[in-house]
Write a protein that binds this ligand. Structure first.
Ligand code: BG6
Ligand code: MG
Length: 217
């Protein structure tokens, strides 16, 4: 392993919950009940793709302007929710893993579909931990397309096969695999079954586990 690439929402911090809350609120206004199960489809994909998944539930057709208005509304709620975040919200195990990667000279990148990624990192006080940050403003195709991970690997000057991705979304795991990278899923084994390994949370990840995964490939 030469580089480790982190997803943000749901991997470093529980912002996946805020995305869900904001989408649920918007869906309710449209008379749609957004379940946690259906929300899995929204994880890792772009804001507009997420909205389209919600609209599909009731076969609602809207103009681009109407969609932009709804997506803006959801985003305003999301930004409001994340304003209360602080370094204390970083998931247990994340800072320890970042420190270990640094001490082992592993390059560290961040690849998030979110256009708010830099705001979240700043709130958490960890922007400087990543050599390269690729966010939703820098890509044309969002996960499950491999573009974001390939771009991060390129900027880290590392071949994709020597990168390990940490992801909580099915779309993110699919993107990492399509990029030819190793991938650890954080969450549910049944949802993230394309990953090389799935663990329940970040605190379960150790340097030994990361290395085993990369050697096994
Ligand atoms: C991803 C989240 O990180 O970013 C998705 O998993 C979200 O749920 C996507 O839709 C886009 O985020 P934003 O902040 O640009 O709306
Ligand atoms: Mg995520």
């Amino acid at each position: 392993m030469e580089a480790c690439i982190f997803d943000l929402d749901g991997v470093i911090v529980d912002t996946a919950r805020f995305h869900f809350l904001a989408w649920k609120r918007l869906a309710a206004e449209l008379g749609i009940k957004l379940t946690e199960q259906y929300n899995e489809k929204l994880k890792g994909v772009s804001r507009l793709d997420s909205l389209n998944f919600i609209l599909e539930l009731k076969q609602i057709t809207l103009s681009t302007e109407e969609k932009v208005q709804l997506a803006d509304k959801k985003n305003a709620w999301f930004v409001e929710y994340i304003h209360s975040m602080s370094p204390r919200d970083i998931y247990p195990g994340v800072l320890e893993l970042l420190a270990k990667l640094k001490s082992e000279n592993i390059k560290v990148g961040l690849a998030s579909s979110s256009k708010n990624a830099r705001i979240v990192l700043a709130q958490l006080g960890i922007s400087e931990e990543f050599e390269v940050i690729v966010d939703g403003t820098m890509i044309t195709n969002t996960k499950p397309h491999p573009e974001i991970f390939l771009k991060t690997a390129l900027l880290l000057n590392t071949p994709p096969a020597r990168c390990l991705v940490i992801e909580d979304a099915a779309a993110g795991v699919a993107a990492a695999k399509a990029a030819g990278m190793g991938c650890i899923g954080i969450g549910n084994n049944l949802i993230l079954n394309q990953a090389d390994l799935v663990v329940g949370n970040m605190a379960e990840l150790s340097w030994t586990v990361l290395n085993q995964i990369m050697q096994r490939r």
